[in-house]
Design a protein around this ligand. Structure first.
Ligand code: SF4
Ligand code: MSK
Length: 624
């Protein structure tokens, strides 16, 4: 193992992370920060998007000396193609997650599983009405069957637009049609991106970028939105509740199980199993005081939003959670799960269990979850965790920090409830300047940054400026650990936001869920725009992903921009090798869709940048 030159204090702002980084060094465990050091400096051609591996006449690297690939493609085309494929990965991830949710819903509707049920029938009927599925006088399961089919249709290739487009303000829909970026089907747009970027197809960078926008809109307004809505139908629509966050949620004297990944289909069953008396008794028989379930990343967000299950950590905390030496088993579904978790687990007694055939990890045990056997498999996994408790070396256990309280569960339904049933009070607060605007801070961690430094400081700076912040994904844990997800944190907000949130009893930073739940933010933006009678791009809104790393985060940023929401990123995607693509992302898209990207690694400067944009939009609405 190479020695890391960075001090642990420079790696993360958190005490629990720093303590575990020191322990990892003592225990000889390699972490993501060590491997980053080994990989640095990164290949400049890859970083700027100038390496093309699309065919075997190449690979080609573009430089001043050789400005064209073997086929004649130049920097702009190569960068646009690479970026298009990068975004396709993100759109596919979210949307395939969405498809898995529909399959579960379909199985429930057709009586093919007893392990899953419709938990929010009211929401299901409301959405059926919204999408034109007949509900009047019909059996609920018949409605569910038709609604499942309707959802599947949004993934196909025979529609002119995906199902939830009706939520988008009309003026905006018209402009998407004119631009040719109306998403027709989730799978269709992803497939078309792969086709367009095959050698010898779309050799016009701007045209490829427009299709990127269309494909990402398909993710935001269909793949992700369906994932969110169906998860609510199957597992319940989140409502405000208390939870706890950081590594302190692990329990020294209990069997600790971590759930990691994204889709609640597996984790909800694990939660049910850990609460079964048979297993609690078994854990006690083995010398533990009970079974403790905690979440990581977005699966953690899903369980926390709906059930108040504690969150152990975000992306960069996943290895460090195992380093506590207190985790018997980590069970994963898919996305954002570092392959290194198997090796880190091997340094302790932690077993990793995979559950999806599409996300297997060499060295992990595979317990395949299917819709007809979810509960049976969950019981198997929980039993395995309990059996491993006797293998724990208690001398190597170190659990840092006391857990921090948070308030979670702000679905749009919950937010509307808090507002008294209508969006009007929020619109009034925006008009009065008490809430100057709203920003969704979303996404990941990246070891290139000091962990959570930007996520936390940007959030703090924005609420000071009377800007309501909504968090999802891994930013949630950052804001939570900083104490910003509690109503008491209004003291850190500007006077207007203090007044509004104080009167509603809500925090100035609202947790809206996981990565796919960014669709909730789109829906909220559309609600606001429709209430005021403008396009989303006219609103004083922004999005930000300060420490992003994943393809999915770039896709979210692109659907936010294409939907008219200015989006700040801490660092650019790998597009800087093409001035055309970079200019389009940073400026040109503004003329087309009313929003663009902004890049700024410093969270304090980023807050100024976002504030400027919000002020401009307020002026445009005649509000300032
Ligand atoms: Fe090179 Fe063109 Fe093939 Fe890309 S598509 S690898 S630029 S020859
Ligand atoms: S898990 S995409 S690291 S937010 Fe959704 Fe976190 Fe980013 Fe994955």
């Amino acid at each position: 193992m190479t020695e890391n030159k960075r001090n642990v204090e420079d790696m993360s702002i958190w005490e629990d992370a720093q303590q575990m980084l020191r322990k990892a060094q003592r225990d000889g465990v390699e972490t993501v920060w060590d491997r980053l050091e080994q990989q640095t400096p990164h290949c400049p051609k890859g970083e700027s998007g100038l390496c093309c591996r699309i065919c075997t006449m190449g690979p080609c690297r573009i430089s001043k000396k050789s400005p064209l690939g073997v086929c004649g493609a130049g920097a702009d085309v190569i960068v646009a193609r690479n970026f298009g494929r990068f975004l396709a990965g993100g759109a596919a991830g979210h949307s395939d997650h969405g498809r898995d949710c529909i399959e579960a819903f379909h199985a429930v509707a057709y009586g093919k599983t007893e392990d899953y049920q419709i938990k929010d029938e009211k929401k299901m009927l409301r959405i059926a009405d919204e999408l034109g599925v007949a509900t009047e006088g019909r059996d609920v399961m018949d409605v569910a069957k038709d609604l499942a089919d309707e959802f599947f249709e949004s993934f196909g290739s025979r529609r002119e637009e995906v199902a939830f487009i009706g939520r988008v303000p009309e003026k905006q829909r018209e402009s998407w049609k004119k631009l040719g970026i109306m998403p027709r089907g989730v799978d269709r747009e992803i497939t078309e991106m792969m086709h367009r970027t095959h050698m010898g197809c779309d050799n016009d960078a701007a045209n490829t970028m427009l299709h990127s926008a269309r494909m990402c809109l398909g993710d935001g307004w269909a793949g992700s939105m369906i994932a969110t809505e169906v998860s609510d139908i199957l597992f319940g629509t989140p409502s405000p509740r208390k939870a706890k966050v950081n590594l302190g949620v692990l329990k020294k004297d209990q069997v600790n199980i971590l759930v990691h990944g994204h889709n609640p289909i597996v984790s909800e069953k694990i939660l049910e199993a850990v609460n079964e008396q048979e297993f609690i008794d078994l854990a006690k028989e083995k010398g533990a005081k009970g079974i403790n379930l905690a979440g990581l990343c977005c699966t953690g967000n899903e369980l926390m939003m709906r059930k108040g299950i504690p969150m152990a950590g975000n992306h960069l905390m996943t290895e460090l959670a195992i380093v506590t030496g207190a985790v018997e088993l980590i069970v994963v579904d898919y996305q954002c799960i570092m392959p290194s978790l198997v090796q880190v687990g091997n340094c302790y007694h932690t077993k990793m269990i995979t559950t999806a055939d599409k996300a297997r990890f060499t060295g992990a045990d595979h317990v395949k979850f299917e819709l007809h056997n979810g509960m049976e498999q969950a019981r198997k996994v929980v039993r395995m965790a309990i059996e491993r408790y006797s293998m724990r070396n208690h001398d190597r256990v170190e659990i840092p920090a006391e857990p921090v309280d948070i308030m979670t569960g702000f679905s749009n339904e919950a937010l509307l409830d808090a507002l008294g049933g209508s969006i009007t009070p929020l619109v009034d607060a925006i008009k009065a300047g008490k809430v100057r605007g709203a920003v969704g801070i979303v996404g990941c961690n990246n070891p290139k940054y000091k962990h959570d430094y930007c996520n936390v400081n940007l959030t703090r700076e924005l609420i000071k400026k009377d800007i309501l912040v909504i968090v999802t994904g891994c930013v949630t844990t950052a804001a939570g650990k900083a104490g910003l997800l509690l109503p008491e944190s209004i003291e850190q907000a500007g006077p207007g936001l203090q007044e509004v949130c104080g009167s509603l009893g809500i925090p100035p930073v609202l947790h809206m869920g996981s990565c796919v739940d960014n669709a909730r933010i789109l829906q909220l933006a559309a609600l606001l725009a429709n209430e005021i009678g403008v396009s989303i791009s006219d609103l004083p809104l922004a999005a930000s992903s300060p420490e992003w790393y994943s393809e999915k985060a770039a896709t979210i940023g692109t659907y936010a921009v294409a939907s008219g929401i200015y989006t700040h990123l801490g660092h650019p995607p790998n597009i800087t090798g093409s001035p055309l693509v970079t200019n389009l992302a940073l400026e040109g898209l503004d003329d087309l869709v009313g929003a663009c990207f902004g890049i700024e690694p410093d969270p304090f400067k980023a807050a100024e940048l976002i504030d400027k944009r919000i002020t401009m939009k307020r002026k445009g609405l005649g509000l300032e």
